[in-house]
Structures are given as C-alpha cells and as structure tokens.
Design a protein around this ligand. Structure first.
Ligand code: PMP
Length: 286
C-alpha cells in the first residue's frame, strides 16, 4: 500500500514525492534527521527528538524549516493518514536546493528541504529478537569527528552493518583508541557486577534520546550507572551487554566478536530496562 508522505508543506502519495537533484542532502549529505517511534498510535519522546533536531540544525548553521508545534502536527497527521499503530516516523531536513552544485553554503533565500515518511512495524514493542538477543562484531570507528550531530552521512555505518552480516553477526560496535564508541545505529552498554556502563557523552557519539531516557529510568529504579568508555575485552567479560535506539528500544547483545557475553542469553537487567522503558515512555507518549 502506498504511503502518504510529507514534502515541503504538502502531503502526497509516495510515488509523487520529489526532491531536486541539486538538493544538498543528495549531493553533499548536507542534512540531518530524526527517527521517532510510534506505539499505540502515539509518539515516544517527541520533545527529546525535537530538541536534538534543533541542536543538530544549530551546530550546522542550518535554518529550521518550521516550529516544533508545526513539526508535531506533521508527525501526528502522518500517523493518522497512514494509520500507524506501531512503527517509526523518519524526518529529514536538508540545506535545500541552491539550483547548482557549490561547496559554499547557499544564502538565506534557499529554504531547507523538509521530508517526513512513516514506517509501519507491527510488533515493534514485542520484537522477538529482544528474547534472543543479537551478536555484534567490533570494527574500527572511521567516521568523522562530530558524531554528536545526527547527519545523514551513514555510509560507514551501512558498510559496518554489511561487514557484520558477512561475518555472520547482526551488527557492529565501533572502536576508537581501544574503546567502544557506539553501534552502527545505537548506543552501546555493558553490565558488570550490577553496574550499567555506557560511554560518556561527547562529540564522539550520538546523544541518544533512548539513552537519556533509559539512564534516567535506571537511576530512578536505584540501578547503578557509570558513564565511561569501555573496551571490547570488558564487553566480552561482562555479565550482560545491550544497546538502545529509538526503534529498537533496549536490545540485548549476547555475543561480541564470537565470545558469548555472560550466559550467552539476554540478561535480566536488559530485560527489565526494556520493560521499564516501554512502560514509562508510553505514559508520556503524545
Ligand atoms: N548512535 C547512533 C550512531 C545512531 O544512529 C542512533 C540512532 N539513530 C543512536 C546512537 C541512538 O539514538 P536514539 O536513541 O536517539 O535513536
């Protein structure tokens, strides 16, 4: 079934949606994005995603295409028009179409391009993979130095995902200076002696919206949290490992570079955090 998508102020069938070949998102990956999950037809942590979008735009000196209220209205309209019960809303803002290719940023007369579309994923909350866990391999992190900005420069993460698949795994955890930065599209965690360990925020990783919520809920539940970088050897020797993202929530990792983590099965802390995250996020979903 064809989706109704949003492009620059208009809702239309996906077949009719067009962006110029001169758009800087297409030519230069000069664009940022957000992915917001939908459960029960409602948006999870919309305010968090809107705040990060604003920050990404500001760090790149890119104009905002509309207000947060307008963005919320577009998200809701797309959920309604496409009857999304469980799934995601993808949003992308590019620096727009200057009508030619030029490295210099265009002037303020060039308006940003705004595109949104839905991805229906029935069973998102009851994802069976959360019961079995996933396997990761480690790879050198060769991405750029501003990973805190959510740009569409996703070529290396895509290549890393393919290298993981070729190695018989599901995903890759990237490593820089001997320490795990993050997953291809998620934040990475280990659990040791009851303590949840995840890399501290910096320009080295994306400031995950799910990460922020999960750490808040963990602390509220009196779980111990330590924000610091960890090595692949620590991950192999951990009691549990998991990752978080807006679309996967909390996902157990049961194998790192061929070594079983803990029992080799999803651990109790990851399972509990997944449950708390879904329950608590649903309470504030809009
Ligand atoms: N790190 C990277 C590199 C990502 O691409 C993502 C998901 N887009 C995340 C972390 C998780 O962020 P969030 O919880 O906001 O989805």
């Amino acid at each position: 079934m064809s989706r109704i998508v949003y492009v620059n102020g208009q809702y239309m069938p996906e077949e009719e949606a067009k962006v110029s070949i001169f758009d800087r998102g297409f030519l230069m990956a000069d664009a940022v994005y957000e992915v917001t999950s939908v459960l029960g037809g409602k948006l999870l942590d919309f305010a968090g995603h809107a705040a990060r979008l604003k920050r990404s735009l500001s760090e790149l000196d890119m104009a905002s295409p509309c207000t947060e209220e307008e963005l919320l209205a577009i998200h809701r309209e797309l959920v309604a028009k496409n009857a999304i019960d469980e799934g995601m809303i993808y949003l992308q803002v590019t620096r727009g179409n200057p009508g030619d290719r030029d490295f210099a940023f265009p002037g303020p007369d060039v308006k940003p391009t705004l595109v949104l579309f839905t991805q229906s994923k029935p069973g998102l909350a009851d994802n069976p993979t959360a019961k079995t866990g996933i396997r990761v391999i480690s790879l050198e992190d060769i991405r750029w130095g501003r990973r805190d900005i959510k740009t569409v420069q996703l070529l290396y993460p895509s290549m890393a995902k393919m290298m993981a698949k070729q190695a018989g795994a599901d995903d890759a955890w990237m490593v820089e200076d001997g320490k795990v930065t993050e997953g291809t599209s998620n934040n990475a965690y280990i659990v040791k002696g009851g303590k949840i360990i995840t890399r501290n925020l910096s320009n080295d990783i994306l400031h995950g919206i799910t990460r922020a919520a999960v750490l808040r809920f963990a602390r509220e539940a009196q779980m111990e949290v330590e924000e610091r970088a960890f090595t692949i050897d620590e991950a192999k020797a951990a009691d549990e490992a998991f990752f978080t993202s807006a679309s996967a929530f909390v996902m157990p990792v049961v194998e790192v570079d061929g070594t079983a983590v803990g029992s080799g099965k999803p651990g109790p802390i990851a399972a509990r955090l997944r449950e708390i995250y879904i329950d608590e996020s649903l309470k504030t979903a809009i």
